[in-house]
Design a protein around this ligand. Structure first.
Ligand code: NAP
Length: 275
């Protein structure tokens, strides 16, 4: 866990606050009063909203989604807003308009644009921001990982004739569509646009949390490699376990660097840090 404070603009409310003590030094009762914005799109964000609701039932909590998924999984009884803010400045304007005093960035580890904007907007607004970032996966005995830094490198790592399982999401397939010498299986929640090249197999579903089901899918389709990003967390780890079980090589795309500032690995750590 790491934490550092964003600098408050001179003359801002946060600047005045800084004279009295940093925002994280406020008593819990004060912290319970103001609106929290949770940037979501992940299972952790939903769990965080549920935990916040339980801890501060009277507090206004807004969950923000990008709107990529038509039928997102959502926490019960949450106030939801959907769609981009219009960059960091747009988000800063939203924070002011909605009297948000705390931003919790629980977006996906690869959602670097939103993480950057959240950091900048919180700075502009002079409010506190915490990042919830689940730990990355690390290889264990039996894993056959090749770690790469980007999609293009992952694509180059596949030999001609490979039948890779691309567990990547529909917006991350384009480098692979240019390889006519591989026959990928792609899994995603909603259909891709444009349609996939001939010779590809499409499976429309969410990742299974059951490694046996994931192994069965790979076996059934004669998969030779798993290609995935190092998302971390339990929800999509079953495919990595399945590849280990089948002795398959994994092309693992490493994470981008975490944003500057406060980073917490669990929902409990974030709630504990709020006060
Ligand atoms: P990104 O590249 O970091 O963000 C691109 C733009 O999408 C942002 O600049 C922002 O638009 C908008 N945006 C992203 N997250 C938002 C949110 N929670 N609420 C409102 N606007 C948001 O993000 P991405 O990789 O496209 O991911 C989009 C969303 O899907 C994220 O919320 C993320 O948590 C979720 N997700 C991503 C992945 C992944 O693999 N990247 C996997 C699972 C879930 P404006 O600049 O207009 O504000």
């Amino acid at each position: 866990m790491r934490e550092s404070e964003a600098a408050a603009p001179p003359g801002s409310d946060a600047d005045a606050e800084a004279a009295e003590g940093a925002p994280h030094d406020r008593p819990a009762a004060d912290a319970a009063a103001a609106t929290i914005l949770v940037l979501g799109g992940t299972a952790e964000a939903n769990a965080l909203v549920a935990a916040l609701r339980q801890r501060w039932p009277e507090r206004r909590i807004i969950l923000s989604l990008a709107g990529r998924t038509r039928t997102p999984e959502l926490p019960d009884d949450a106030e939801i807003r959907i769609g981009g803010f219009g960059g960091a400045e747009g988000l800063a304007a939203f924070l002011a308009a909605e009297c948000v005093s705390l931003v919790l960035d629980a977006t996906h580890p690869f959602a670097t644009g939103m993480a950057r904007n959240a950091a900048r907007a919180a700075d502009l607004a002079g409010i506190r921001r915490l990042k919830l970032l689940r730990p990355a996966w690390t290889p264990v005995a039996g894993d056959r990982w090749t770690t790469v830094t980007c999609l293009a490198e992952a694509c180059r790592a596949l030999r001609a004739g490979a039948r890779p399982f691309l567990a990547l999401g529909r917006q991350h397939l384009s480098p692979f569509t240019r390889r006519s010498d591989i026959r990928p299986l792609a899994r995603m929640i909603e259909p891709p646009e444009p349609v996939l090249p001939s010779g590809w197999t499409l499976v429309l579903s969410r990742p299974s949390t059951n490694s046996r089901a994931e192994a069965e899918l790979m076996r059934e389709h004669g998969i030779t490699h798993l290609v995935t990003r190092n998302a971390g967390g339990a929800a999509s780890y079953a495919k990595v376990e399945a590849a280990r079980e089948l002795g398959l090589p994994v092309i693992m795309i490493a994470r981008p660097p975490a944003p500057e500032g406060a980073v917490f690995e669990t929902v409990e750590d974030v709630v504990g840090a709020i006060g």
